[in-house]
Design a protein around this ligand. Structure first.
Ligand code: AMP
Length: 286
């Protein structure tokens, strides 16, 4: 496996794969690799002759009071994990490498970025779409892999790729969870043991809402209220949002009619956690 830090070197390295007409699969990450990231690497490995992972903690997607400085950066363990997943190359540029020329250009997807996390993290999605656009231009993958765990991010990136006519396919892989249901996240490492137990209420509230929909409940206001009660009763926390939206355009639904995305963001202690679940009301008994 190659570890590559400069844009020039990764371009040179990939030009060989491109000449050989190899399918290039790309998994962008911020590192602190866990089983969720690994599932994306495995999907890429199964599909593509050349698999590239990027590890870059992107400063422009963090707000001024967010955790950019303390975000975990266990690069040695990350490289070992990528090697175990038989990744061909890891691109791990410095901030200076990615933003050397300064930046007068921002890639902004309107509409989809305004609600859910976008409403609580101003500028976050501009940072994400701009850095992913840069990474796509550097790697020029045939297929890029993202996680359903960050459902809004995946939807926004799909839209960016569509709107900018990028000749690349986006694959969204299912959320990987701990055995007790907590969605894997690099930020779970911030949780104290007590907060870790409390955090189970996120997945539990999502599962209960799914069961309620499958039992025939359709009123999203009531479903959200039950979820709120469930989360608040688990312990002190700050709920950024609980929403039931159309999975394609992320607009709020008043009634669940067909497919819906139930998404939430909750702060437990100083850790902000997100989770979501896709529910198809038509496949239920109700
Ligand atoms: P991050 O390093 O948190 O920016 O995540 C990099 C990629 O891994 C994104 O596409 C995430 O959606 C995906 N990812 C993160 N956590 C999970 C998870 N628990 N299951 C599946 N994919 C995940």
């Amino acid at each position: 496996m190659r570890k590559i830090e400069s844009i020039k070197s990764i371009r040179e390295y990939l030009s060989v794969a491109r000449k050989a007409d190899s399918l290039i699969g790309f998994v962008p990450t911020m590192g602190a690799i866990h089983a969720g990231h690994r599932s994306l690497m495995r999907a890429a490995r199964a599909d593509c002759a050349e698999v590239v992972v990027s590890i870059f903690v992107n400063p422009t997607q963090f707000g001024p009071s967010e955790d950019f400085a303390q975000y975990p950066r266990p690069i040695k363990a990350d490289l070992a994990a990528c090697a175990e997943e038989k990744v061909d190359a890891v691109f791990c540029p410095s901030v200076e490498e990615m933003y050397a020329c300064g930046s007068a250009t921002t890639v902004q997807v309107s509409g989809l970025t305004e609600g859910l996390c976008g409403g609580h993290r101003p500028g976050h999605f501009d940072g994400v779409t701009t850095v992913v656009a840069k990474l796509f231009n550097i790697v020029q993958p045939d297929i890029a892999y993202f996680g359903q765990k960050d459902a809004q991010q995946a939807t926004v990136i799909r839209r960016m790729v569509h709107d900018l006519l990028w000749p690349l396919k986006i694959v969204v892989c299912p959320t990987v969870r701990e055995p007790d249901g907590l969605a894997m996240s690099s930020r779970n490492a911030y949780l104290t043991p007590h907060e870790r137990r409390q955090a189970l209420c996120l997945h539990q509230s999502l599962s209960e809402a799914q069961a309620a929909i499958e039992a025939g409940h359709r009123d999203t206001g009531k479903l959200i209220e039950h979820m709120r009660e469930r989360i608040v009763s688990a312990g002190p926390c700050a709920i950024d949002y609980i929403a039931i939206v159309d999975p394609d355009d992320l607009t709020d639904l008043r009634m669940v009619e067909k497919r819906c995305l139930i998404a939430l963001a909750v702060r437990i202690g100083s850790t902000r956690l997100i989770d979501n679940i896709l529910v198809d009301a038509n496949s239920s008994a109700g």
